[in-house]
Design a protein around this ligand. Sequence first.
Ligand code: ME8
Length: 477
Amino acid sequence: MASNNKYITTPIYYVNDVPHIGHAYTTIAADVLNRFYKQKGDNSFFLTGTDEHGAKIAEAAEEKGETPKKFVDSLVPQFKKAWEALDIEYDGFIRTTDKKHEEIVTEFIKKLQDAGYVEKRKYEGLYCVGCEKFISEDELEDGKCPHHGKEPVKHSEENHFFLLSKLQDKLKQAIESDEFKVAPEARKNEVLGKINQGLEDVSISRQAVEWGAKFPGDDTQTVYVWVDALINYYSATKIFEGPKWPADLHLIGKDILWFHAIIWPAMLIAIHEKLPKEVFAHGFFTIGGKKMSKSLGNAIDPIALSEKYGADAVRYAILREFPFGEDGDISEEKIAERYKTDLGNELGNLVQRTLTMVNKYELEVGPTETLSIDTPDVDGVTIREAYDKALTNLDFSGALEVVFRITRDLNAEIERKKPWELEKTDKNELAVVMGFIYQSLLGVNELILPFMPETAEKMKKQLKTLKPEPLFPRIEE
Ligand code: ME8
């Protein structure tokens, strides 16, 4: 039975750094989906938040000469500010240092212990603090972690282990059957491939890290930061009113697929909890062809971009630029180009010229019973259905393509029908042509809302008052 409750999540981001365009990507996508479901009348809940425990955060705080708590408290507002600048309307913001979350983490681990899936063992391994993960010798490049360019630290301690190896078959079955859907398909195959190679038990506690949730029954250890973080999706259902477990969709980047598609569902299977319905791992950005990094100084600041182009243009451009599941390249130039062409010349200009002509030729226009986006085409499919299908499949660029095909067609229609000539030759035809364009714009207005809420609002007002104003004014460099 289809349910009208939706529960959508983003990763909870590490607070040790300011949010960049990569974090913005996942968060904007979740916001668009949430607005889309809400617009349809669904009861949708969108959760985001911050990951605040662990060695990485503790070390960053120490470098600043601050206590970890003070350090994280000072950084969380930066995330909230970025989301505000991008017009992100989350329904819940979870912090792993929230006491209630910490308690739920400890309870969750206790359930794992009671179910017989935790065992204490001596462990030796190489740990990359940047990844917050043990790393094997053969993953190293020149003795360094390939992602962080730093030498891992040797750890030799007694840890509590989660007996992941015992859950291999059940996990495999859940993924193969799509009971727990891992998408896109290529990611599902990647995960199944890893499971087929055999899963090893994983350490879920840390002796040397004080900054973390309490490990039940062992004061010498804290809960491993990744386990702590994953539980946020579940603890949020007990902290906030609204979201119900299981989650419908965990949106993540492909970098953290292992944790979300293997560790997390296995933990849930172990305590007999329901599995999230889907994990979707999107692709990674490069900036102007290069990997985004602090040292290269090329990380794009989403706040600065939205100040310059407006939140809507950033939201539009990054979801339009390349298919959601694939890697792609973004740059300020690309955003500027989309602003000028798709948004300014196509959409903005269409609204402007339509309303100008409606005024000039004194035409009667208004809402009609059926919008053209709800009129079936020759194959019996409406534009709204094509758009809905794309968005439900997380094909954001596909959904936008559907919308911008309409604006292109309408602009072409104006060129073809030449209302300025019809004005002199055929007033009836003029009214029909302009009436159709006007009510098509009412449809476009509905479809752009999840992506560009501010523009949709402005456009709606203009369509009502028939007073055109530039939606995307020229930006002086
Ligand atoms: O991994 N392109 O947090 P994180 C696209 N705290 N997306 C990107 C990106 C890029 N270049 N860089 C980052 C963590 N992202 C953990 C998560 S969840 C229980 C704990 C996005 O701050 C993408 O969503 O490193 C990626 O998965 C996430 O930021 C990693 O954020």
